[in-house]
Every structure is written in C-alpha cells, then in structure tokens.
Design a protein around this ligand. Sequence first.
Ligand SMILES: Cc1cc2nc3c(=O)[nH]c(=O)nc-3n(C[C@H](O)[C@H](O)[C@H](O)COP(=O)(O)OP(=O)(O)OC[C@H]3O[C@@H](n4cnc5c(N)ncnc54)[C@H](O)[C@@H]3O)c2cc1C
Ligand code: FES
Ligand code: FES
Length: 476
Amino acid sequence: MKTCPNGQELKFVLNNQVVELSASADKTLLQAVRELGLTGTKEGCASGDCGACTVMVGEQSGDEIRYHTINACIAPVEQQAGKHVVTVEGLQSGDVLHPAQREMVNCHGSQCGFCTPGFVMSLATLVEQGAPAEREEVLQGISGNLCRCTGYRPIVEAGLKALQAPFQQPIEGAGLLQSLESFEATSVLQPTTEPELQAAISQQSGAGLIAGGTDLMLEVTQRYQSMPTLIDVSNVESLKSVHEVDGSLVIGAAVPYTELETLFAARSEPFVSLLHRLGSRQIRNSGTLGGNLANGSPIADTPPVLIALDARIELVNTAGESRMLSVQDFYKGYRDTDLGGDEYVARIHIPVQSLDAFHRFYKSSKRLEDDISSVMGAFLFEGSANEITGARVAYGGMAATPVRLAAVEDALVGEKPDAGLIAEVVSMIASQMTPLTDVRASAEYRSAMAASMLERALLEFTGEDRPVITEVQLHA
Ligand SMILES: Cc1cc2nc3c(=O)[nH]c(=O)nc-3n(C[C@H](O)[C@H](O)[C@H](O)COP(=O)(O)OP(=O)(O)OC[C@H]3O[C@@H](n4cnc5c(N)ncnc54)[C@H](O)[C@@H]3O)c2cc1C
Ligand code: FES
Ligand code: FES
C-alpha cells in the first residue's frame, strides 16, 4: 500500500506547488481545485459529458512523466495522490503562453469562453504527448469537449497549429513529483498488489471499489450519494498489465481504454473503431473494462463485444481464489451480476483465435462520440461464403442484460450464408428480444437496428460490403 509517514494528508502536485489536504472519498478534483482558488476549471455538466472541467494529469513512468486528460468533475481528488495535476492556470510560463493557449487566441477559438479552458487543456495535453499534427489526432483529443458558440473549425485549426509549433517550456511543477516519495490517500485506499487489495476488501466491509470512476462518481454528482471510503483498484500493478497466456490475451481489469486502443491496433480494427466511439478521450483515459463489466449495465458497450469474442472473466476473492466464467453467465438480471461481495474482477481473457476470426462491432447512438448506445451489435463468424462453421451473435441495449442469441447462431452454423439464409435469420431478430422504448430509442427502432446490424455483418462476411438499412426492417 502506498503510505505517507504521518498518515493524515493527501499529497499531490497542483501546477507548480505541492498540495496537502484531507478529503472524503467522494470529493471531486473539480471541487478541490476551485476551493483552492483555481476557478479557471469550469463545471458545466458534472457528469463527464461537456469537458469544461478538463485537466491534465501526469504520472511518473520510469524516467518520464506521462500526461493525459481527465474530467475533474467525476474524478475523486484522493485518486490524484502522488500525481501532477495541471489546470489551465498552470500552463503559462511567466508571460509565455502555452502553444495551445497562443493558437486558440490566434485562431479565434473562443467566444463566450466557458468551454475554452477545457479545450485548451485537451489541446495542451496533445502537445505534451508529442502527438502528430493530424486532424484525426486533434478530433480524438477534443472528442470530450463541447462548444456551443464558437464552432469547432477554429479550435481544430488551433490544435493543428499548436502541434506544428515546437514547444520550448516544460510544464512547471513536473520536477516536484519526485519529491513526493511517499503519499497516502486516506479515504480512497490505494493498494498496489492483489494481496493488498484482498486485505483492503476484507477489512473495509462496505467500501466500494473504484477504477476510473466514470460510472461510479456519477452516483455522487448526479444522485447525491455519499461514499466516505473507496478502494481504488487502479494502482494494482497486476490489474493494469496485459499478457498472452495459452492462446489468450489476458487484460487486467484496470487497464484504461486508451491503452486498449494501442493494444488492439494491430489485432482488431473493429474493436479499435468501437473504442474510438466509447465515451471521449477523457473518459477513455480513466474508464476500464473491469468497470464496464462490474457496473452491470445492459447498455455498456464492451459486454456484447466480449461475448462475441468468447471472452471469460476472471474473478478473484479475498482468499486469493479465482474462478472463471463466460461473460454471458456473469449477468444475472438488470444491473445484477454474479460478482460476490468478497470478489473483484481481476482479468478478462480473450482467445487470440477469436481475434483472428471475422468479427464486427456496430454501435448505434445519437452522437458519434461520447454517447451511450441505443443498440450495440457484436458478431463473430467462422467458415467461408459457402458454409458458416461457427457463429456468435450478441447485443447490448436490447434487454435487461447483454444477450447472446443462440437460436440465430444455430440457424447459421452449417449453412451457406446466401440471401435466403440472411433474410431468414434477420427476420428472427424481432421475436428473439423485447427491447424497451426509452429516451434513446423506441423498441421498434432498436429491433430494426439489431436486424440491420446482423444483415450488415453477414453481408460483409460474404464479401458484399454495402449499406443495408432496408425499408422493410425500419417498418418491421
Ligand atoms: C461521459 C460518459 C460517457 C460514457 N460513454 C460510454 C460509452 O460510450 N460506452 C460505455 O459502455 N460506457 C460509457 N460510459 C460509462 C463508463 O465510462 C464505462 O462503463 C467505464 O467502462 C466504467 O469504467 P470505470 O473504470 O470508470 O468504472 P468505475 O466507475 O470506477 O466503476 C464502475 C463500477 O464497477 C465497479 N468496479 C470497477 N472496477 C472493478 C473491479 N476490478 N472489480 C469489481 N468491481 C469493479 C465499481 O465498484 C463500480 O460499481 C460513459 C460514462 C461517461 C461519464
Ligand atoms: S463539468 Fe462537464 S465534463 Fe466535467
Ligand atoms: S466559446 Fe462559448 S461554449 Fe465554447
């Protein structure tokens, strides 16, 4: 466990100063920095959706400090123990503006200015990361930032120009990080090994687990729940690592999505494309597969993907005993999973064979980025255009849990995926699931999208890659 000699205060570097404070587990970083007088960081939505509260967080990684963005409104301040938090006040070096600030001025990237500190932090982080001066990089970097008045063209232009300009000044305060030799977060316990995590879970009965906090902290900011103590899994080294064992890719439950984008870059284009649409850059810098699964939501994006890939979840209890179960067996009912009170999600095992097979993941949502799915379809097919020898068909957003459609799979396996078979299985969809009508989509729309996604996947499998939302399906 990371500890501080006096055992009382949380310590981190805030811009160019070491800060010590005490806070409850549910106090957000946004509240803390604003109380410290740094009011440049704004609160727009308090739910991770608008990016007005974006700050840069640096963590020591070997000899270097790596920076990424987070939404301060849903990040517990105690989770920042031992890190370098940079707010918009910390970018300027004397009279010299950071390139992100300078180019926002030069490109007229601000009107009312409320969103501007958040955009500046997202762009500045790209500069600090040495990102290439490419439009796609800038778009991904600001995918969690909303602007209601300026429009995005000048902001994107500012980002590109900032990335083209060499940056001379290091971020002030970075050198202080090494002076935080030891630290403690008193109300967010920070085990660094699995035995420490197991001990913390047994000793702190009732304390919840937190990884990225991108689901959990909304309970605090949107539902006003109080969480005096939390156990943070995001410092447990073995839960942050990835390795390949016995033909499976074994992914620690606390690996953030941004790292998964790199991991899957050469292994699964469909998964990477989906990750680019999961939340925003800020959300993906914090959010994890473990949190997505354990949250038990029927509209989470990755459970259908993991079902289609035949992944298994490794759960470990406080005695260090582990058990494996399939992702579909993990879900018992609406927001109800098989996770025991003394267990945590440790790892996700994905067969490499599945990644080598044909697979497609389609997400339907109202916005391209930073939006929850109305329907999520995940498909894996083996065989050829003459005969399907294996099929896995899974959906999110269509029932109280993520679902796998065994009847559709059975109808496909052993058959030639010709127009007749495709029409037959597509027509089965409406009778297999009874989705809800809610603010995101009507039940009819969901069924039509689910059918259309299956048809599209099969057409792509057979080599007929074309758009396929038919009138018949939309009015089914
Ligand atoms: C703006 C915004 C956009 C979003 N967009 C998407 C989206 O497009 N698609 C999507 O699927 N989700 C989305 N989400 C939801 C969220 O980001 C994901 O579900 C994410 O994967 C949660 O991971 P986390 O690490 O932040 O979980 P946390 O919030 O830390 O935890 C979530 C739950 O899981 C538990 N938990 C966490 N880790 C473990 C573990 N190892 N073992 C046992 N229990 C654990 C916690 O106790 C908690 O109950 C979005 C959220 C926000 C705020
Ligand atoms: S205030 Fe909107 S994302 Fe934090
Ligand atoms: S400048 Fe007004 S919201 Fe962006």
